[in-house]
Design a protein around this ligand. Structure first.
Ligand code: CP
Length: 320
């Protein structure tokens, strides 16, 4: 794997190889010394043009746990504020000879451009409404741990699908792993023709009981230039997931950050069915696995054949 730009670039076997690697980093995380020397002497650049808590912190911690040197740049407060272009910023940071650049940018296709300009491996940490592949991988990892396999599972993605890069990446990843996906929301928040991606569409929560997993999306008010819902209150009445709508055997997920009381009630967030905290924890080990696959795995072992989806941790070496 040269770059991680989209989920569609990955086969099921490649997804499973990353998840198996992440299992081995979870084992490292249970040791007293959680750091391994795999990327010692190599540099990872974290370049964020949009707000982030989970993705930025977990990629940065992942790089440190692998013993890489980390350069962390937030566009706000950098020379981007003085008008420096993305291309010039990437050229500037490339002068440090990074092995990887992790980039989040508001424009779809930005990560692809960086991959064309830079020598480094590029990780798309979210490009506009396009893709967020590391989120999809950590979500599949979290579900595989709970369910063993996603094969035949019914997953409902509920909420603001139109503005969501997570919806696009997760739809691809869930389908690649054998799940059946339904997207649900008001017609104004579901992209026209999305069925062509292999999902079903629902415009009410009437049949939510069919779902094994309810994956709720944030209402992305910062990306809405016009009114897509009559009011937040009305949206919550029809689409908020609360303990009344969530069955006891259903699993609840959300990529974060949550608009508490809008797409999710507080009690649903804190319910035993909620995997939200597990998703955040998975982010660290899955992002360690992504950096490993990009920078350290080449030629080490062939990818396993697509299998039953069961976890197979790969042994990791001595502490740093
Ligand atoms: N899920 C996600 O991308 O969260 P952050 O915006 O906090 O990185």
């Amino acid at each position: 794997m040269r770059h991680l730009l989209t989920i569609e670039q990955l086969s099921r076997a490649e997804i499973e190889a990353i998840l198996d690697r992440a299992e081995s980093f979870a084992e490292v995380g249970r040791r007293d010394i959680k750091k391994v020397p795999i990327l010692r002497g190599r540099t990872v650049v974290s370049l964020f043009y949009e707000a982030s808590t989970r993705t930025s912190s977990s990629f940065e911690l992942a790089a440190k746990r692998l013993s890489a040197d980390l350069v962390s740049v937030r566009a706000a407060g950098s020379s981007v504020d003085k008008g420096e272009s993305l291309k010039d910023t990437v050229a500037t940071l490339s002068a440090y000879d990074p092995a990887a650049i992790v980039i989040r940018h508001p424009h779809a296709g930005a990560a692809q451009l960086v991959a064309e300009w830079a020598e480094a491996a590029v990780v798309n940490a979210g490009d506009g409404k396009h893709e967020h592949p590391s989120q999809a991988l950590l979500d599949v990892f979290t579900l595989r741990r709970r369910l063993d396999s996603l094969e035949g599972k019914q997953i409902w993605i509920v909420g603001d699908v139109l503005h969501s890069r997570v919806a696009r990446s997760n739809l691809s990843a869930f389908r690649a792993m054998g799940a059946e996906v339904t997207v649900c929301g008001p017609p104004t928040l579901i992209p026209r023709g999305i069925e062509a991606l292999g999902c079903k569409v629902a415009h009410s929560l009437e049949r939510l009981g069919e779902a094994d997993v309810v994956y709720v999306l944030r209402l992305q008010r910062e990306r809405m230039k016009e009114s897509f819902v009559p009011s937040i209150r009305e949206y919550a009445v029809h689409f908020q997931i609360d303990s009344r709508r969530l069955g006891p055997r259903q699993l609840l997920m959300h990529p974060g950050p949550v608009n508490r009381g809008v797409e999710l009630s507080g009690e649903a967030i804190d319910s035993p069915q909620s995997l939200i905290a597990e998703q955040v924890a998975s982010g660290l080990v899955v992002r360690m696995a992504i950096l490993y696959e990009l920078l350290a795995a080449s030629g080490e072992r062939p990818a396993p054949a697509a299998g039953d989806g069961a976890a197979r941790p790969i042994p990791i070496g001595q502490p740093a």
